[in-house]
Design a binder for this molecule. Structure first.
Ligand SMILES: NC(=O)c1ccc[n+]([C@@H]2O[C@H](COP(=O)([O-])OP(=O)(O)OC[C@H]3O[C@@H](n4cnc5c(N)ncnc54)[C@H](O)[C@@H]3O)[C@@H](O)[C@H]2O)c1
Length: 244
């Protein structure tokens, strides 16, 4: 018996990094996963390896979100969970003076609007089932200021929308929580380059970066019935990075 037996879970950005780890963990715990991403080849590979289905989903598209929700309901009859995991970094790591508005908007569009659209697409089914769990992947950047104004804005928004959705959907037994990863070993971290990674890890009290599975296990708990009274919470997975 796995703690996600019989549950159908949609995961965005499931082709690689934390999303791919979550696909594998959820499958091992008994869930049927709908793997989604914009990276079709990698996404199909993970889906094939785990015996799941893959659908193309650009999280900024309301039409594609409707298709994913409709497909999931037609195929599996319910939507028990959603991990809004897809996200992009702010490439130029600019502040308020140096961030071009098109960069700002593109980050907001994926990280913030994408997360909103995900909740918007699955909530009606969860409300009618009177059950569901939504896990929104924010960041430690959603809890403090950092030199990446668009990324920070988008991740604070994810945290705020999580609280709002938890309050709105609570009476329907739909739980909504956010996870705030620190330095996690995926391309998003590796793209920063060795010097920045070493500097960042030196700030972590636990003196190491985290693995995608360490974030994934937290998401599995929040999706499961073990977390049946946890909603509107924010869980930091950062080796104590933001304690100082
Ligand atoms: N790695 C870290 O250190 C770190 C820290 C804090 C938060 N996060 C957050 O964790 C989440 C997962 O990132 P990751 O670390 O696995 O990085 P990653 O770059 O390996 O994976 C991101 C995934 O999102 C997908 N994606 C990007 N734009 C998309 C779009 N428009 N529609 C659908 N999918 C899209 C990518 O194709 C990719 O599969 C993101 O929300 C990220 O902001 C990461």
């Amino acid at each position: 018996m796995g703690k996600l037996d019989g549950k159908t879970i949609i995961i965005t950005g499931g082709a690689k990094g934390q999303g791919a780890a979550e696909v594998k963990l959820a499958t091992a715990l008994g869930a049927q996963v709908v793997v989604t991403d914009i990276l079709e080849e990698e996404g199909k590979k993970i889906a094939d390896e785990t015996g799941n289905v893959y659908l193309n989903l650009d999280v900024t598209s309301p039409e594609q979100w409707s298709n994913v929700a409709e497909f999931t309901l037609n195929e599996f009859g319910r939507i028990d969970g959603l991990i809004n995991n897809a996200g992009i970094d702010q490439r130029n790591h600019g502040g308020v003076v140096t961030t071009p508005v098109d960069v700002f908007r593109s980050v907001i569009e994926v990280n913030q609007v994408g997360t909103f659209l995900g909740m918007n697409a699955v909530a009606p089914a969860m409300i009618s089932q009177k059950a569901g769990s939504i896990v929104n992947i924010s960041s430690v950047a959603g809890m403090r200021g950092l030199r990446a104004v668009a990324y920070v804005a988008s991740k604070w928004a994810v945290r705020g929308m999580t609280k709002t959705a938890a309050a709105e959907l609570g009476s329907s037994n739909v739980r909504v929580n956010s996870i705030h990863p620190g330095a996690i070993e995926t391309d998003m971290l590796f793209d920063l380059g060795e010097d920045s990674i070493n500097w960042l890890v030196s700030k972590v009290p636990m003196q190491r970066s985290g693995t995608p599975d360490e974030v994934g296990e937290t998401a599995m708990f929040l999706l499961s019935d073990e977390a049946s009274y946890i909603s509107g919470a924010e869980i930091v997975v950062d080796g104590a990075l933001i304690t100082r």
